[in-house]
Design a protein around this ligand. Sequence first.
Ligand code: PMP
Length: 376
Amino acid sequence: MIYLDHLASTPLDPLVLEAMLPWMRPDAAGNPHAAHAAGWRAADAIERARAEVATLVGAQPGEVVFTAGATEANTLALLGSLPPEGACVVSAVEHASVLGCLPELRRRGHPVTVLPVDGDGRVDPAAAERALASLDGTPALLSVMAANNEVGTVQPLAELAEIARRHGALMHSDAVQALTTRPIAMGPIDMAALGLHGLSLSGHKMYGPMGIGALVARPPFRPAPLSPGGGQQRGRRPGTLPTPLCVGLGTACRLVRERRESDTDRIHKLRDRLWQRLRDGLPTIRRNGAADGLAGCLNVTLPGIDAADRLLELPDLAAATGSACHSGAGEPSHVLLAMGRSAADAHATLRFGLGRDTTAAEVDAAAARLIAVLGG
Ligand code: PMP
């Protein structure tokens, strides 16, 4: 199996697994919220993990709220943070977990604005400026992802955060895809330096475990909990914390910090190698998204093919058509449509996600198989 679907999920790093295992053994039993030695040990490990998450994104440990993943973090950020008259401004290329909150926000009477993107999937800061200016002082949340999960385009977060600040709005970013490598078009994401109030991340997109993520919320951003009962995490996200998953996420964040620079350079070169091979072998191929986007992302259209069908001919190659959240649904990617592509082109599109474990030999073998199947 050649695994080129790291944007959908990254394999667990062996060091993460090693750090988690002791907390899954029977002798590690103990509710981390319980007042006895076993509970305190678990709570200690969780607090160390919380500090690792905070360090990775330039926040304070107390600002990290563990969730079940980024879908929950995004939901908490969007549905929990607006005052009664508050407005929400998002981009058209957000993940489904953000866009899916919009009908509920509208139902609650919140004004909602969806910002268009250009042909590369990038939001124009001037459009965000106009949207916030037209709200005329209404409290607002601007939520724009750091990097897109389908085409890899990086958003101008610093500019957007500055615009939000000028208009007294809060700024949240779904940074799920932008943490493991340094997006080519920006440095590491530092919430304090960028002026971000909220950030969502997910364990299984950064070589950590599935089923855990975090919303990092810096004052005055204080999302109300989605579950009213239980006081864990100071009531911000009640529920017993899963010690092994928290420890795994913390370890994954530490490894990302240590490896991000070298991962970025290596993965970026492999991504360019894959693009070159495919371009040489498939003359009609076109690339989607900004070339200076996520290091590991390559999104391509081969006009006329049925991408989903053709991938079935390559069962030993893990790649995606559009986003994983769309595959199976048969709907053309909302990201490609927002970028001005046709539904036919969206169905002819493949997404490759390269990662920490990808090798040059795998890239060459994947390209050869793709050219053999798609070039005929
Ligand atoms: N946002 C983005 C940009 C994503 O790529 C994903 C995963 N597809 C999510 C949010 C949802 O994350 P999770 O799987 O942790 O719920």
